[in-house]
Design a protein around this ligand. Sequence first.
Ligand SMILES: Cc1cc2nc3c(=O)[nH]c(=O)nc-3n(C[C@H](O)[C@H](O)[C@H](O)COP(=O)(O)OP(=O)(O)OC[C@H]3O[C@@H](n4cnc5c(N)ncnc54)[C@H](O)[C@@H]3O)c2cc1C
Length: 183
Amino acid sequence: MGEYDVLVIGSGSAACSAALRAAKGGLRVLVIEKSEWLGGTSAMSGAGVWIPANHVAAEAGIADSREDALAYLRAVAPEGWEQKEDALWGAFAKAAPDMLHFLSVNTPLDFRLINEPDPFAEAPGGKLYGRMLSPRPLSRRLLGKFARSLRRSTLPHSFTYQEIVDLDLYHHPIRAGIRQPSP
Ligand SMILES: Cc1cc2nc3c(=O)[nH]c(=O)nc-3n(C[C@H](O)[C@H](O)[C@H](O)COP(=O)(O)OP(=O)(O)OC[C@H]3O[C@@H](n4cnc5c(N)ncnc54)[C@H](O)[C@@H]3O)c2cc1C
């Protein structure tokens, strides 16, 4: 088995991001997965991510901040949640932009902004655009020997969150099927 500095349990996006971060930091990492398939629920998802104050929006000239993100989370959370969850919201607002940047630099993932507003864009700290992203589709062949073990999506696997939103898949399934998503 060898010796490792870090043992990562599971192979979903949280586990794999943590494993990559540790490995890039020079630690020896072992990822273990209980299922015969890799990727967990993450592999079945549309991969849409809500990341405020992200570098993709900043490069597009969209103003946002970690402070606005935290103000938004506090404003829209159900009453009574703040007491238990505020530390988590603060940690998310602080770390999520760096996480997205780290993954963009260190993996083939190419995150693009999705034309989707915050669900309560009118709330304090809310934004109409710039926080919702989706990676462009990738070939599973990139996984090499692990490609056959990747868990299949429950969605038609060609559809990422970006394609679903841009093509308006659920309202116009046939038109979406013959159109290409915007680059
Ligand atoms: C169809 C669908 C679409 C979705 N679309 C989106 C979306 O667009 N945007 C979004 O934000 N969310 C979406 N979600 C939700 C999102 O996929 C999950 O919240 C997310 O993937 C959870 O990631 P994770 O890394 O925490 O866990 P998972 O991806 O579930 O990974 C956990 C892994 O750990 C393994 N494991 C568990 N216990 C052990 C153990 N004891 N030993 C070893 N391995 C273990 C599991 O087998 C699994 O592989 C969607 C979900 C579904 C089902």
